[in-house]
Design a protein around this ligand. Structure first.
Ligand code: PMP
Length: 496
């Protein structure tokens, strides 16, 4: 095709495309459309016209199931997307607007060029391809998502709250009606008594981790994390060109001597921790450990980001106060998300911190997403007020049953060299083989058997922990848990 030879792969730089856009604007629509239309029946052409009455944006996406002229195009040059602005009065005036071709060389920023995609996201893509039982993600059970209650709230949301409250931009800090509900939620469920000036609504807990880095971290800084820690936090720290350094842990929580030592050595910007039903370990720090973390970090003027998405999913044992409850120096930034206890699709979380930090988060948020969705904020506010208490009563037994099933199946099917602790809440069982087995290397074999776990090495800042794995029990059914754990157990039993 003329445009294929005219734009050979080596010449496909943004400036080359720009220079030759005139040529492309003639060839591309003609070649593409003649072939698309000529191979009708084998090709899906999805066209959407929009914009003003004179101009339309037309997007075309092609996929052919059999060899066809169109396949020659897609084989020679893979289209990811083709879009151009069309003057509807004449074909000759097409203006080539955007033209993406795979393998094009883009110059990625220094910030991002060494950041790899999240292992979980990549595994999700792999899992979508087959009928695989997944213990890899961290998704809530579909049966716990409160679809009926949310449908009820959404049904009359606009007539009840009005167009502006429901559909307009909102204050970056969050809606007053949600902040009021959050204040009561924090007092009742988290034992945190705070004021509106200490809070900001975020679009998910992940945004809080990002804002902590955006606000405090410079290139080359160190952030301390529990070893192992939530893998997306490692990704965010890397994005800000900082270094994550792991602090060891024990049955009580963080190893306090190691924490103090690492603070003195690295002068970190902050400590990131998930102290209740942690991700990935499922572990919970003791009360004394929390108190000491607050004291040690305050002594050295180190900030703490306390991430708490799981503490309401408790199956047994006494509730423990957050590190924030011991925060006398206002160095602790506390983060609670509603993804696991209402629904991830709400994308709502809250940060509690000193107003000076909240003000900085507000500035960070202005340039990121302006404000969190008004509709989600109203839904979460209504849900906290009317449904949350009962909803938690309903979902905890469901997760406990899944946890029990996973633990019983591990006992039954896994080799005894697998060591793990039974989590008292949350969504994960974390374990390791006491020989030096490489669970990253085995991962593809196990996926080929129809099951996935998450290789634990992804959670270690230094890439160690090759013999560890995280097993999520919240999303699979009881039958899937039995079948999947049996498959993994038999593989490792045989592979000993
Ligand atoms: N922190 C931890 C520890 C998590 O496990 C997750 C979700 N897996 C998040 C933050 C982000 O969750 P969200 O943005 O949905 O609140």
């Amino acid at each position: 095709m003329p445009f294929v030879s005219g734009f050979s792969k080596s010449k496909l730089t943004p400036s080359a495309i720009k220079k030759r856009s005139h040529q492309a604007c003639i060839f591309l629509p003609l070649c593409a459309f003649m072939d698309f239309i000529g191979a009708s029946g084998k090709i899906n052409l999805i066209a959407a016209l929009g914009g003003s009455s004179n101009f339309g944006t037309l997007s075309a996406k092609c996929c052919a199931s059999e060899p066809s002229p169109c396949n020659q195009i897609t084989e020679a040059v893979t289209f990811s997307a083709v879009s151009f602005i069309m003057d509807s009065s004449t074909w000759g005036k097409y203006k080539f607007f955007t033209y993406y071709i795979s393998n094009m060389e883009y110059e990625i920023s220094d910030k991002l060029k060494n950041v790899h995609g999240s292992a979980i996201r990549e595994i999700f893509d792999l899992l979508k391809k087959g009928n695989i039982i997944s213990f890899a993600g961290g998704m809530p059970a579909t049966q716990t998502l409160p679809s009926k209650q949310i449908e009820g709230i959404l049904q009359n949301i606009i007539s009840k709250y009005g167009v502006i409250e429901s559909l307009q931009y909102e204050s970056t800090f969050g809606k007053a009606l949600l902040l009021e509900q959050l204040k009561s939620f924090l007092a009742e469920y988290k034992d945190i008594n705070t004021e509106l000036q200490n809070m900001i609504v975020l679009s998910g807990g992940q945004q809080g981790i990002e804002f902590m880095c955006k606000t405090f971290v410079n290139k080359g800084d160190v952030v301390l994390v529990e070893n192992p820690t939530y893998l997306s936090t490692l990704q965010i720290i890397q994005t800000y060109e900082a270094k994550a350094v792991g602090v060891s842990s024990n049955n009580e929580g963080l190893d306090l001597a190691d924490l103090e030592e690492k603070i003195k050595t690295h002068k970190p910007k902050f400590l990131y921790t998930v102290p209740t039903f942690g991700n990935p370990t499922g572990g919970t720090y003791s009360i004394e450990n929390r108190q000491k973390i607050a004291e040690i970090t305050a002594k050295y003027g180190v900030m703490v980001l306390e991430d708490d998405p799981y503490s309401q999913i408790r199956f047994e044992g006494e509730t423990v106060p957050s590190i924030k409850c011991f925060d006398k120096s206002e160095n602790v930034v506390y983060l609670a998300s509603f993804s696991k206890i209402i629904a991830p699709a709400m994308r709502i979380a809250v940060t509690v911190a000193n107003p000076a930090i909240i003000g900085r988060f507000n500035i960070s948020k202005q340039s990121t997403d302006v404000c969190s969705s008004s509709i989600s904020q109203i839904v979460v506010a209504e849900f906290i007020k009317n449904n949350l208490a009962e909803h938690l009563k309903n979902i905890i037994p469901i997760y406990k049953e899944k946890r029990d099933q996973m633990v019983n199946c591990i006992e039954k099917y896994f080799p005894k060299s697998f060591k793990y602790q039974i989590p008292h809440g949350g969504m994960f069982v974390w374990g390791y083989f006491d020989d030096e087995r490489d669970l990253l290397a085995c991962f593809k074999d196990i996926v080929n058997l129809g099951v996935a776990y998450l290789p634990g090495t992804h959670f270690f800042p230094d890439g160690s922990g090759k013999n560890t794995m995280r097993l999520n029990f919240s999303n699979a059914t009881l039958e899937q848990i039995e079948k999947g754990i049996k498959t993994i157990g038999e593989y490792f039993g045989n592979a000993q």
